[in-house]
Design a protein around this ligand. Structure first.
Ligand SMILES: NC(=O)c1ccc[n+]([C@@H]2O[C@H](COP(=O)([O-])OP(=O)(O)OC[C@H]3O[C@@H](n4cnc5c(N)ncnc54)[C@H](OP(=O)(O)O)[C@@H]3O)[C@@H](O)[C@H]2O)c1
Length: 188
């Protein structure tokens, strides 16, 4: 009886385990860890919040870091704070991501980029019916068009690197999108 019981349990448990192992072996792309030491990490919205924390962490791990935001005074404060906590000087650049020409100039004035982190973002909370359309447009302009501007400006330099080292682009997102989608489904 016990043998039958254990056989039944094994039959239930082993196939999913083998399936997971099989999937782990075949799934591509595999996650890879690329050290950022001495690589150039360009972080937008790096003057405060999450972008600032990322910049400080990257600097502490030995990366060369540039932070971009609009407010120059806040960028200077972030630079000083990172220097005090890590001993590393980050580069700062002031630009509005909605302005492609300004973004292009900022990217071109910086060192060649290995890692671009599009972290800038604004969020107007509330239900769409209660939001002013200009608030919606501002979110789209800063979060979406701003990221397109950044990638369009940075990609040529990232693709044509002579050192052939891997480059990457990351986008900061939010669960707010999922919440909105869920709410819309609930209301339909
Ligand atoms: N905090 C959260 O709980 C949370 C949750 C989910 C997702 N996120 C996402 O995570 C990212 C960072 O969030 P956070 O809370 O750390 O943001 P934050 O503290 O409000 O900082 C936003 C950063 O973006 C910059 N920025 C805003 N508009 C810009 C523009 N037009 N051009 C260039 N830079 C601009 C700001 O500097 P200036 O104002 O000087 O330009 C600042 O450095 C955002 O994309 C946000 O949507 C945050």
């Amino acid at each position: 009886m016990a043998a039958a019981y254990f056989s039944f349990i094994a039959l239930c448990i082993l196939p999913p385990i083998f399936l997971l192992i099989f999937l782990k072996l075949i799934i591509r792309p595999r996650p890879v860890r690329i050290p950022i030491t001495s690589r150039h990490v360009f972080i937008t919205g790096g003057s405060r919040g999450i972008g600032f924390a990322l910049a400080r962490q990257a600097a502490a791990e030995g990366a060369r870091v540039t932070i971009l935001a609009r407010n120059l005074e806040q960028l200077e404060e972030a630079k000083t704070s990172i220097r005090l906590s890590t001993g590393v000087d980050v580069a700062i650049v002031s630009a509005d991501v909605r302005d492609f020409d300004a973004v292009k100039l900022a990217v071109e004035s910086a060192d060649p980029i290995h890692v671009l982190i599009c972290n800038q973002g604004v969020f107007a909370s509330g239900e769409l019916v209660n939001l002013e359309i200009k608030e919606v447009k501002r979110m789209i302009d800063v979060n979406l068009i701003g990221s397109f501007n950044l990638v369009k400006a940075a990609l040529p330099g990232m693709k044509n690197r002579s050192d052939r080292r891997p480059v990457s682009i990351a986008f900061m997102s939010s669960q707010a999108g999922q919440v909105c989608t869920r709410d819309l489904r609930l209301h339909n």
